[in-house]
Design a binder for this molecule. Structure first.
Ligand code: ZN
Length: 271
């Protein structure tokens, strides 16, 4: 190649790279949903401490999973993410479809790909259900995403009322939580069994939300009796991806040094 041709080629190359439109070629494309792991927003202890500001939009969260649970900015209800659709069960007990611009202070999601299925043909209470899942997937140091489509003879859920600043700790909020009782209702359980080692970061053990098929209700599950249903479990989780609210003053200033296990127990379980 002659010197002049080399110069021309170099100039063309520069021109191409200098075109504003060409820069998009170097931008990262939106992440596809990645199965095989869990993505979570912030930590459960930050939520217990009252860090209710939203850190991630639902639109962004959706890029990490089509299945999961959590809550909304200001603690405005219980989140269910099912088949890529977000549902919000507010303190009035009603189910809303939140805008994707809404944000979450705490959520866990995954790309749900079940590898274990079991038909449930005889009635199970919550304890018997836990024993069934533990029996099907005894590896307690691994995450397990759990989905059940079924008919429930009884279902008890709760939601949480939206909070105003200064935010009280979660254990204060749940002292006045609205509890909802349903009888003979069809719906979906969505949740996770997490290993004990996530203490402080997520909820060790079972954390499950419910959504009625007819969208007449749902929430954070306190207790149930399952008549029959189909259980699906995704047990293949090789990583945990945690998005920390590094820019949040409230997060930076919250005391995350203490053991909040008792607070978590009072917040998550039926009293
Ligand atoms: Zn919950």
């Amino acid at each position: 190649m002659k010197r002049r041709q080399v110069c021309l080629a170099a100039a063309l190359l520069l021109a191409v790279f200098a075109l504003p439109g060409c820069r998009t070629a170097f931008h990262a494309a939106p992440l596809p949903i990645q199965p095989g792991g869990i993505t979570q927003v912030a930590t459960i202890d930050a939520l217990l401490a009252g860090v209710y500001d939203g850190h991630m939009s639902l639109a962004t969260l959706k890029q990490y999973g089509d299945f999961g649970i959590g809550t909304f900015e200001g603690l405005d209800g219980e989140m269910i993410l099912l088949d890529g659709v977000f549902y919000k069960v507010r303190a009035d007990g009603k189910v809303y479809l939140p805008d994707l611009t809404e944000k979450t202070p705490f959520a866990s999601v995954t790309g749900f790909e079940p590898d274990i299925e079991a038909a449930i043909e005889k009635p199970l209470d919550m304890q018997a259900f836990v024993e069934l899942v533990d029996g099907l997937f005894p590896r307690q140091n691994s995450f397990c995403a759990i989905l059940v489509r079924g008919d429930f003879t009884r279902m008890r859920t709760r939601s949480v009322p939206m909070q105003q600043k200064p935010y009280p700790p979660l254990a204060e909020v749940t002292k006045n939580q609205p509890v909802f009782d349903f009888e003979n209702i069809s719906g979906v359980l969505v949740g996770f069994r997490s290993p004990d080692f996530v203490k402080g970061v997520n909820v060790p053990g079972y954390h499950i939300h419910f959504l009625a098929d007819d969208l007449s209700g749902g929430g954070h599950v306190l207790n149930f009796e399952l008549k029959k249903g189909l259980l699906k479990m995704d047990t293949d989780h090789g990583w945990l991806n945690i998005h920390l609210p590094a820019q949040s003053e409230a997060f930076a200033e919250s005391d995350l040094s203490s053991d909040r296990s008792h607070e978590l127990e009072s917040v998550e379980k039926e009293r």
